[in-house]
Design a protein around this ligand. Structure first.
Ligand code: NAD
Length: 520
């Protein structure tokens, strides 16, 4: 048996594969419970059960599926404290963030999907521009079984958000939670069942990477993966081998551009919240600040002041802003980036080290005088470290923001919203938020996802809901004739007719060509 909070369990050797995951609190070290490490055969059997349940679920109307989502939401709201407690214990999440970043978002996701799914997934009629003698329709049919592999930093919101979209679209889901937070996902399943949901539609398979690999190979129809870039590469390769379409939600290195006219107080508060919420363990955390030289010093000073006011501790027993680092090696990663930056001329403005005592705590850290020779500006840290760099123009800030292999979120601060919007258009990212941070992670109606090595595909938004389905094209005829111009036999005469048709319709010349240009 191995603990999920010790580093070596991230890579269990096949010769000594554990059969149980023991879950420990990263704050107190207390053991919270254990779950089985499921074998490939167990995963395959789970997917098979999900498939049987899905066939019935696909026959249920979207309105009735939506009602089940609302029942789940209502149970979640009634039993909110159970989820807050387990998030606090298992991943050291502070109460306010458990409530607002995880539970409130899911309550909203369920409500949004319940209201909008019927319209978004309604069959669409297509007016064919050339083949006007035929009619086309697109039906959105459920894919079948959707696999969801989740991370530990938002262990409730991320997998449940994707599960709700998959379910309302008529799929079954099999979720593989992170080995660092399996109990949270089992709580989600308990709530699903308490709300009257079919247990086989919402299944959880627990384990390490091999269980995730087994899920991909278990004949699922779609995969939504959220995790690190390197794991994402392996997952994409496995999906390629199994020919399963997938969405990859990977890492980020969100830049924050503070323009010369940024509101210093709001920007400083946004940096502190965006950089230190969840102790920086957020894929969209503010991970680098490019501040215009004219406001750099005042913004830095205020950021440091606010960072120093934050209280860190046990989120289960105290009201604190900062909880725990879930994965201890992440503190070594932060140490390494900070040491590299300091050795190259960065200045430590506050923080910079782990806090001794029980639990995995790390001081909120602000560095200045940073540049792109330092790993702190170029690699994902996933911890409470915010490096500052002074720039002399928007153009310089944009160039530096775009100098990254990642492109998930980015932020622009300017009192002039139109100016902020113009800068946002030039920043390479899946989403650019003007005068706010992190907030889009909670919007069920807007697409979320990355470019570059931050992944591909989207969650949230109308398109991603349709992506939970196969778009089935049905074409019918308006009038029945004995033959078609494209059919056999092929003769010189039919070739000539096609040539004349091509010239008439697509040359843009002559009366027919001009009329055709209006219609095609
Ligand atoms: P991770 O990549 O270590 O693990 C993610 C999940 O993948 C876990 O459930 C793990 O068991 C599973 N897994 C590992 N190897 C696998 C394999 N070969 N096949 C199938 N499954 C496998 O990531 P993590 O440490 O849990 O999460 C942190 C990372 O996730 C950070 O890089 C963060 O930026 C990213 N993240 C991205 C988003 C987003 O929406 N883009 C959101 C949250 C976290």
């Amino acid at each position: 048996m191995l603990s999920a909070h010790t580093p070596d369990v991230m890579k269990p050797s096949s010769s000594a594969a554990p059969d149980v995951i023991r879950s420990f609190s990263p704050t107190t070290g207390d053991e919270l419970g254990s779950v089985p490490v499921m074998t490939a055969a167990q995963v395959a059997a789970t997917v098979a059960r999900a498939r049987v349940a899905q066939e019935k679920w696909a026959q249920v109307s979207i309105v009735d599926r939506a009602s089940q989502l609302l029942r789940f939401r209502n149970v979640l709201v009634d039993r909110v404290e159970e989820v807050v407690a387990i998030l606090g214990k298992e991943v050291g999440k502070v109460r306010h963030e458990a409530l607002s970043h995880e539970i409130l978002v899911i309550a909203d996701v369920c409500t949004f999907l319940a209201k909008r799914a019927e319209r978004i997934l309604a069959p669409q009629k297509i007016s064919l521009h050339l083949l006007r003698h035929r009619r086309s329709f697109v039906d959105y049919e459920p894919r079948g079984v959707v696999g969801i592999i989740g991370p530990w930093n938002f262990p409730f919101k991320i997998p449940v958000r994707d599960a709700m979209a998959a379910l309302v679209a008529g799929n079954a889901v099999v979720l593989k939670p992170s080995e660092l937070a399996p109990l949270v996902m089992l709580k989600a399943k308990e709530l699903w069942e308490a709300s009257g949901g079919d247990p086989d539609l919402f299944q959880v398979v627990t384990g390490f990477a091999p269980t995730g690999r087994a899920l991909i190979s278990a004949d699922i129809n779609y995969l939504i993966f959220t995790g690190g870039v390197e794991t994402g590469r392996r997952v994409a390769a496995a999906c390629g081998e199994a020919l399963i379409p997938c969405v990859l939600e990977l890492g980020g290195k969100a830049p924050l551009i503070a323009c010369a006219d940024a509101d210093v107080e709001r920007t400083a508060r946004a940096i502190v919240w965006g950089g230190f919420a969840n102790l920086g363990q957020v894929c969209t955390s503010v991970e680098r600040v490019y501040a215009h030289a004219s406001i750099h010093d005042s913004l830095l000073a205020r950021t440091v002041e606010l960072a120093n006011e934050l209280k860190q501790g046990n989120p289960v027993t105290e009201v604190v802003e900062l909880g725990s680092i879930v994965l201890p090696p992440l503190m070594d990663v932060a140490d390494k980036h900070i040491a590299d930056a300091l050795s190259k001329g960065a200045k430590l403005c506050t923080g910079g080290k782990r806090i001794s005592g029980p639990g995995n705590h790390y001081e909120p850290t602000v560095l200045s005088n940073c540049d792109h020779s330092m790993t702190v500006m170029t690699q994902e840290i996933f911890g409470p470290v915010v490096p500052f760099m002074s720039v002399t123009s928007d153009e310089e800030a944009i160039r530096l923001a775009n100098d990254s292999h990642l492109g998930l979120n980015a932020y622009v601060f300017s009192k002039d919203t139109a100016h902020g919007h113009r800068v946002a258009k030039k920043v390479q990212a899946g989403a650019v938020i003007v005068n706010d941070v992190l907030i889009n992670g909670g919007c069920p109606d807007s697409p979320f996802g990355g470019i570059k090595k931050s992944g591909f595909g989207r969650v949230n938004g109308e398109d991603s809901l349709r992506q939970m389905c196969t778009a089935k094209h049905i074409m019918t005829d308006r009038l029945v004739v004995a033959s078609e111009p494209f059919w056999f036999p092929y003769t010189d005469k039919t070739y000539g007719l096609l040539r004349s048709g091509l010239a008439a319709l697509f040359s843009g010349k002559g009366l027919i060509g001009k009329i055709a240009g209006w219609f095609l």
